[in-house]
Design a protein around this ligand. Structure first.
Ligand code: ADP
Ligand code: MG
Ligand code: MG
Length: 887
């Protein structure tokens, strides 16, 4: 194969799309050269050489040396200088370049080719002694550090000592003579540390640097980075060798970095920094303060009280205008915002790197929409340019980046968004305070279903225990409340009304601020910025919707959540969990009465109290979702979840039922289960206590009729039976629902259309989906339970091993966050196929946490499901992910 690819002088052997072979840097240098942009000539040694090197005991391919020598000759001719020549030396940089930029790889070595003799030639040739000796000492320093392993602090120390001796403060005050002395001391230091002299042979220097790049592919830092970012070991890195251009040749020279648009805001304005008379990484190294590129940026900085020096636009107007032209050309060519490195040598501009620039979600959105309006990309491409998960950052309030802050501690970023409020330690208290108009943050060791009303009332939730899939995290995400979970340094003493953290005390009523996107907790109020959902966001979502096939519904249990979801574009409800309604303070007594009753009559008495409340709930939701389908899941959780724990609670229920508290406790004891998630729950409740589901079905039908006859908007209730394993369960319960429907329709003298379907959330249901489909109008894959039951892990208990499992790559990802495609996915696929084989028009959706996960949505698109359903705040993410999956 060809091991070496040349670029420069308006042509190149490589292209931008050859990143696999040339690495990102090399491919883009070739592309820029071929575009006729001013790129110093050079060549790229391919990633295949890296692979060869490791396959052959760190030997190079036989012809490599000759190829490098030959190509270097071409570079010499182009530049008009010769490598190692004592009168007119060619200097080069040696730059690593994998396919994706990868910290941990070897740093760039500049000014390679200098030694005690060529430095004299460089001084004569340039007529600038200071420049020559500055370049030489830089080279010894970089090569010493990067290739020879002599730590850079050795060199910095020598510079400091020298400055002290001479009473100099700044590097810029050092003259030719100073750098010459330092170059000598640097060489001595290298010899001292290594026991042999700094290499004077330029060939040895070159191959030393090339070997260091290839060698750095396998150092621990690089390996760790690849593991964390799923970059394959066998990709290898390329090496770029390029003629030097010099930004350190006095005041008409400079070096800089730029983005063609603002990477934080997306604003269409050049954004970047430069330094006069400097080289390479000086801009980012912080030795001197770099200056702005544009006059506008410089003025802004000074208005804000800064002390910025002249911008490049002001100090080098001609070069700046060339640079602006290059930016336009690059953007037009790459059709994306670019991140650029450049150098100016005595008034001449040179391009050293370009790549697509990293950007915030906000910038990604604006840039995608702007590029489409500018005609550089079409709307379809714009839709692919924004990462769906990144939208999360935009849908919630964020901390004002300029606001002062006082960090208390960190936990897990469990639910995004920022909020401030006074600390409360109890859900009831949170609700009371919120009703009184206070903004509160609910702080708990961990949360349980009984805290839901408090979480709803709070601006945000903080827990000391629990992971990303803990109750607090899941519920908070569903409600769109910011949540920091597992803040392990916090000790909560709810009785005393204080929490402590690292020696600080926060009392009930004190104000704190949560950033659920970063997991940070701050003392006091930090200013927040509200999300901007009109404008670019709305535009991109509109474009996405034109490419989307999958419908997007929401998981919502209350009218306010339904409203939020509808504003985010939800096309119905895919999962309305009825049990959350049962926890309400006014109802829990009746619910407990129903559960603890020991006969049907007792249960019916309690259910009669619940019926009007449930009907109200459904009416509210139907009104918010008018014209759209609403899937309501009948009662699912094991009854023990609703039971009293405290004696006082038992007494309250006993009083309401007119029975003895002791007898009630015994009954509660009877109901306790060893393994409640696999116990008496889901449709098993409906089978054994038919009156519960009958009450719920009645509430649904009565509400649907009330809403329909009220304002005429049709509602389409879809009644969903949970945890079905066999077709018998479903057909029995379907029969009950149909009987209730008939009864209600007869009483009211009118009817509404409805569907009866089932969750597919047990492996048996997926395996026997063809039989179950006989009794179902629709399937909804409940992938939370299906994941638990397929893998045999409990979501609530998995945190202890799930983390290590993911770290050890036993699971590629947390299967509760992103669908386990191989296992659970196979069951979903089998269930969908078998169901449709029997009923081609069976409506099929998915309603687990996965319904809002882009990778899982892509999988659902592949199966041709009808819809995904996710929490309200994930609806836009799902819309965009579904569009991208369809494109
Ligand atoms: P990184 O991948 O860390 O950005 P680079 O290979 O891009 O490393 O090199 C860093 C900097 O070194 C560049 O931004 C540029 O300023 C300087 N540099 C690299 N090659 C040359 C060269 N041939 N001439 C002048 N400066 C160079
Ligand atoms: Mg670079
Ligand atoms: Mg379930």
């Amino acid at each position: 194969g060809q091991w070496v690819y040349r670029f420069g002088d308006g042509s190149a052997e490589g292209r931008a799309d050859m990143k696999e072979l040339l690495g990102g840097k090399g491919a883009n240098l070739a592309e820029m050269a071929a575009l006729g942009l001013p790129v110093p000539p050079g060549f790229t040694i391919t990633t295949e050489v890296c692979t060869y090197y490791y396959d052959h005991d760190r030997q190079y391919p036989g012809s490599l040396r000759a190829d490098v020598d030959g190509t270097l000759k071409a570079v010499e001719t182009s530049v008009g200088a010769a490598f190692g020549d004592t009168d007119n030396p060619l200097l080069v940089s040696v730059r690593s370049g994998a396919r994706v930029s990868m910290p941990g790889m070897m740093d760039t070595v500049l000014n390679l080719g200098l030694n005690d003799e060529t430095v004299q030639g460089l001084a004569r040739q340039s007529g600038d002694d200071r420049f020559a000796w500055d370049s030489y000492r830089r080279f010894i320093q970089m090569y010493g550090d990067v290739v020879l392993g002599v730590d850079h602090h050795h060199f910095e120390e020598l510079i400091e000592i020298h400055k002290e001796e001479r009473g100099q403060d700044l590097d810029t005050e050092l003259q030719a003579e100073d750098w010459k002395i330092l170059a000598g001391r640097f060489k001595d230091k290298v010899a001292e540390v290594l026991g042999h002299p700094f290499p004077q042979d330029v060939g040895e220097q070159l191959w030393g640097a090339i070997g260091a790049v290839f060698g750095s592919w396998r150092i621990d830092r690089a390996k760790t980075y690849r593991r964390l970012h799923a970059i394959p070991e066998d990709w290898g890195t390329a090496v770029n060798v390029q003629a030097m251009v010099f930004g350190n040749m006095g005041d008409t020279s400079a070096t800089g970095v730029a983005f063609t648009r603002n990477p934080a805001t997306g604003e269409h304005a050049i954004y970047g920094e430069y330094l006069i008379n400097a080289q390479g990484e000086d801009v980012v190294a912080g030795i001197r303060t770099p200056q702005h590129l544009t006059k506008a940026a410089r003025e802004n900085a000074n208005h804000a009280g800064g002390n910025a020096g002249p911008s490049m636009e002001e100090s080098m107007p001609d070069v700046f205008s060339q640079l602006s032209d290059v930016f336009v050309r690059l953007e037009t060519h790459y059709r994306d915002m670019q991140d650029i490195e450049f150098t100016v040598q005595r008034g001449k501009l040179w391009m050293l790197q370009t790549r697509s620039g990293k950007r915030t979600a906000k910038a990604a959105l604006k840039i995608a929409v702007d590029l489409a309006s500018e005609g550089l990309i079409d709307e379809k491409t714009a839709v692919t340019r924004v990462e769906p998960a990144a939208l999360d950052q935009l849908l919630h309030p964020t901390l004002d980046p300029d606001a002062p802050r006082d960090l208390l501690t960190r936990g897990l970023p469990a639910s995004p968004g920022a909020a401030s409020g006074s600390v409360v330690f109890d859900a009831d208290e949170a609700e009371r305070r919120a009703k009184a108009g206070d903004r509160v943050i609910l702080c708990r060791v961990e949360t349980s279903p009984e805290d839901i009303h408090g979480m709803h009332a709070a601006e945000g939730v903080l827990t000391a225990r629990g992971g990303m899939t803990s109750h607090a995290a899941v519920v908070a995400r569903g409600m769109g409340r910011p949540c920091v979970s597992g803040a392990g340094q916090i000790r909560i003493d709810a009785k005393a009304g204080v929490m402590t953290c690292g020696g600080r005390q926060i009392a009930e009523g004190d104000v704190i601020t949560l950033d659920g996107s970063s997991g940070e907790v701050f003392v006091g109020e930090v200013k927040t910025l509200q999300p901007e959902l009109a404008g670019d966001f709305a535009t991109l979502m509109r474009w996405a919707d034109t490419y989307r096939r999958l419908r997007v519904r929401t998981n919502a249990d209350t009218p306010p959540d339904s409203k939020t979801a509808r504003e985010f574009g939800a096309e119905g409800i895919g999962l309305c969990r009825t049990e959350h309604m049962f926890f309400d303070d006014n109802r829990i007594v009746a619910v407990r009465q129903m559960i603890l009753a020991d006969d049907r009559a007792g249960r019916e008495e309690a259910l009669a109290k619940l019926l009007p409340m449930q009907r109200d709930d459904f009416e509210g939701i139907f009104r918010e979702m008018s014209g759209l389908p609403v899937t309501i899941r009948l009662l699912d959780p094991p009854l023990h979840e609703f039971l009293p724990r405290e004696d006082s609670e038992f007494a309250e229920v006993a009083a309401a039922m007119g029975v003895d508290a002791k007898a009630l406790k015994d009954r509660a004891e009877d109901l306790s289960e060893f393994n409640p998630m696999l116990g008496h729950r889901g449709c098993r409740l409906g089978i054994t206590y038919p009156e519960i589901y009958e009450m719920q079905a009645r509430a649904i039908f009565e509400a649907a009729i009330a809403v329909t006859t009220g304002d005429g908007d049709p509602v389409e209730p879809e009644i969903m039976i949970p945890l079905v394993a066999t077709e018998k369960e479903l057909s029995i319960l379907r029969g009950h629902v149909e009987a209730v429907a008939e009864a209600v329709f007869r009483e009211k003298g009118t009817s509404v259309p409805y569907k009866v379907g089932t969750m597919i959330e047990l492996p048996r249901a997926a395996i026997c989906a063809d039989r179950i489909a006989g009794a179902a109008d629709f399937f909804s894959f409940g992938t939370n339970d299906l994941t638990q039951t397929t893998i045999g892990i409990s979501r609530d208990d998995a945190s202890r091993f799930l983390d290590p499992y993911v770290k050890m790559d036993i699971f590629p990802q947390d299967p509760f966050v992103s669908l386990d495609v191989d296992g659970v996915g196979t069951l979903v696929s089998m269930g969908a196929d078998k169901g449709r084989a029997v009923k081609p028009d069976l409506k099929i959706g998915i309603c687990g946490e996965h319904g809002g996960d882009p990778a899982s949505i892509t999988f659902c698109e592949g199966l041709g499901l009808d819809y995904v359903s996710c929490s309200p705040f994930r609806v836009p993410i799902a819309r965009l992910a579904a569009a991208q999956a369809a494109i």
